[in-house]
Design a protein around this ligand. Structure first.
Ligand code: AMP
Length: 174
């Protein structure tokens, strides 16, 4: 097992019935709180893509913490994919379906040159709705999706299939 996977096995907490009955919530806050674990996890997120990306994108809100650490460790900048209504400049947006209702994500346009290679990072791949919308935003903005990397893939929820043909790099499967 890799160093990162060992840390994750030790530190990820499973909270039953949060935020609603039937959900096994995977809590990564103990990983963020442990310095060596955080460094090893964010290094493992970007390592397969070394040399092939220009900037790391994180999805609000949990993805921000991991993407910022991954960007700084690899000396790249950070692109914020935000919930609707938070970015002050010109934006494009993508909506996706949640269990109840819809959510919308946005990015600033005109901030990065066309063809910028973007590595997308998030905490958990569940149904793939969030990452799918993020991938569409990156492509519609005229950038190149260099890869998609997550800490944890919940592999019974069909997220990977939903994101095809884009590949996903996951550090741990539960
Ligand atoms: P999805 O769009 O269904 O792939 O879900 C994406 C987001 O929901 C992830 O970025 C997580 O932050 C969160 N999420 C979904 N399911 C879980 C879970 N079981 N434990 C922790 N976070 C989750």
């Amino acid at each position: 097992m890799t160093d990162a996977a060992t840390h994750l096995h030790r530190l990820i907490r499973t909270i039953p019935d949060f935020p609603e009955p039937g959900i096994q919530f995977r809590d990564l806050t103990p990983v963020l709180a442990d310095g060596p674990a955080l460094a090893s996890v964010v290094d493992a997120l970007v390592e397969p893509f070394a040399g092939s990306y220009d900037i790391v994108a994180g999805v609000e809100a949990r993805g921000f913490a991991l993407a910022a650490a991954a960007a700084a460790r690899s000396e790249h900048g950070l692109l914020l994919i935000r919930k609707a209504g938070k970015l002050p400049g010109e934006t494009i947006d993508e909506s996706y379906t949640l269990e109840y209702g819809q959510a919308t994500l946005q990015v600033h346009t005109g901030q990065l040159p066309a063809g910028t290679r973007v590595l997308l990072v998030d905490d958990v791949l569940a149904t793939g709705g969030t990452l799918g919308a993020s991938q569409r935003l990156i492509e519609r903005a005229g950038w190149h999706l260099a890869g998609t990397s997550v800490v944890l893939e919940l592999d019974r929820l069909g997220g990977r299939e939903r994101l095809a043909p884009h590949e996903v790099h996951a550090l741990l499967f539960l």
